[in-house]
Design a protein around this ligand. Structure first.
Ligand code: GUN
Ligand code: FE
Length: 486
């Protein structure tokens, strides 16, 4: 396709000016490539609510030169007609989708551990504690080597984008420099990302902890400052603070991190985002209570330190008490449901239906490397299976997630959990154009025979059988950044 934005320029470690440190970054990033006005015409699919997927078999979607969705028009019969009808689009690039293609919102990965990427598929023998000690602590500790961060993060961000994840909430390691590299890499590749430095003081092994609460807080603040310097409006890369979990962060550090969280007020986007783990296993819950005695629930502890709010993402939330759920509902914190990793580590089944019934925001996460797949399509399948296992275990059909709900969780639900739902998640006019061109005819794993005219069947086949081969173009903020046809 002619006229697409050029791919991000080649970029090597030696070209870096700042070595991943705190100096002002001057990066040849994807955000500097020019955007084109575009009109897509063909099958357009997105989520309207937990109950409704809108499938427009023949519609036009216009993207302006700021990367914003200008119109979604189902009354026109061609891209040319849409260009003639909509002001300012006369000379727009026209993209007519093929019969087995559709336009779909970018997928949202609400929980991913960047430094653990090399360990994917390894370490499933143990439970959470054994896995953390034998696999996660050693690999995370190794990111004192900033050159390793460059190597791994470039490969990983590329993989996430090629699998259609246009927004990712990343956990990092305890290292300031490596975390800055992650932020630089996302910006350079044009991925929307929420990033912070992981904070750990106790409870870990292999030297995977920080020297003091003071240093941990100071380094987190420097990472936040770095991210605000490289992306001042927070359009693509958004800072967050990351207490690993209640059992790794003692009161003094939790208090300090709460202090940083409240400082976000007044910055372009308001309050600072927070990412943390919560209620993953019964042992993890009791370890939290040992370190933080006296709280009525895990959620009360985070809330006490000012870490719960509409901009908090909590991974797992499997072993929640009634009280935990009440606090989540009251504070508006979101849940990252990581069905794959929860099964791999035999953590338990997250009761997503109960969360949704209480109005708690839920998105899907890959949680690599506890999960073995970087794909949100896989996360949808695993979330479907976990919900069905709950039905098997209880003989109650109500646990089962519908297909409409799975699509919502992977897109709009993820956007809500990451509090980017005003910007992305579906094709509402005025939102940023984060989207995938999917082709179910080009993925050898998908058999469409006989179902080519059934839009819903094609969508289901993609969700349950597709992989990155079907993701031909990936757009973030109106820019073509990845996909097989890049
Ligand atoms: N709890 C604390 N750290 C981790 C982690 O890295 N992954 C998962 N799944 N759970 C955690
Ligand atoms: Fe995790």
């Amino acid at each position: 396709m002619s006229g697409d934005s050029a791919p991000p320029p080649a970029y090597t470690v030696s070209e870096r000016r700042d070595g991943g440190g705190d100096a002002a970054a001057v990066l040849p990033d994807a955000t500097r490539t020019k955007r084109t006005r575009r009109v897509f015409h063909g099958r357009i699919i997105h989520s309207k609510s937990l109950k409704e997927i809108e499938i427009l078999p023949q519609a036009s979607l216009g993207v302006d030169d700021t990367g914003t969705i200008a119109f979604l028009d189902a009354t026109v019969t061609s891209a040319g007609e849409a260009c003639a009808k909509h002001k300012g689009f006369t000379h727009a690039e026209q993209i007519t989708l093929k019969p087995l293609q559709f336009l779909f919102p970018g997928l949202i990965d609400t929980h991913m551990h960047a430094p653990q990427y090399p360990n994917m598929a390894l370490g499933m023998e143990g439970d959470l504690k054994e896995w953390c000690e034998n696999w996660t602590d050693p690999i995370e500790a190794s990111y004192t080597d900033t050159a390793k961060a460059h190597r791994v993060y470039r490969e990983m961000v590329r993989k996430e984008l090629d699998n259609g994840s246009t927004t990712v909430a990343y956990n990092s390691s305890i290292h300031r420099e490596a975390t800055n590299v992650l932020a630089d890499t996302c910006l350079e590749f044009g991925q929307r990302a929420i990033i912070g430095k992981l904070c750990i003081l106790v409870g870990s092994t292999h030297g995977n902890w920080e020297a003091s609460a003071t240093q941990s807080i100071a380094d987190e603040a420097k990472v936040v400052a770095h991210i605000r310097r490289i992306d001042p409006t927070g359009k693509l890369v958004m800072p967050c603070i990351q207490p690993r979990a209640g059992s790794y962060v003692p009161p003094e550090l939790m208090r300090g991190l709460g202090g940083i969280a409240s400082e976000g007020e007044g910055h372009n986007e308001g309050r600072m985002r927070v990412q943390a783990h919560m209620c993953e296993t019964p042992l993890e819950v009791s370890d939290m209570h040992d370190l933080h005695p006296g709280f009525a629930s895990y959620a009360d502890m985070y809330d006490h330190y000012g870490l719960l709010g509409p901009r908090t993402i909590l991974a797992h939330c499997i072993h929640l008490s009634r009280r935990d759920m009440d606090v989540l509902a009251k504070t508006g914190a979101g849940v990252a449901h990581n069905a794959n990793s929860n099964t791999c580590l035999t953590d338990g089944w997250c009761r997503v239906r109960e969360l949704l019934d209480r109005g708690i925001k839920v998105g899907l996460g890959t949680d690599c490397s506890a999960g073995y797949s970087i794909s949100i399509l896989n996360a949808m399948r695993q979330a479907s299976n976990v919900s069905r296992h709950l039905t098997i275990a209880t003989d109650e059909a109500g646990w089962k997630l519908s297909f409409e709900e799975l699509v919502y969780l992977a897109t709009m639900g993820g956007a809500e959990a990451c509090s980017v739902d005003k910007t992305v998640g579906n094709f509402e006019v005025g939102k940023a154009f984060d989207a995938l061109v999917v082709d179910v005819g080009l993925d050898d794993n998908i058999n469409t025979n006989g179902w080519e005219r059934d839009d819903m069947a094609l969508l289901k086949k993609w969700v349950f059988m597709g992989d990155d081969r079907s993701i031909r173009k990936v757009f973030v903020d109106g820019r073509l950044v990845a996909g097989k046809d890049l």
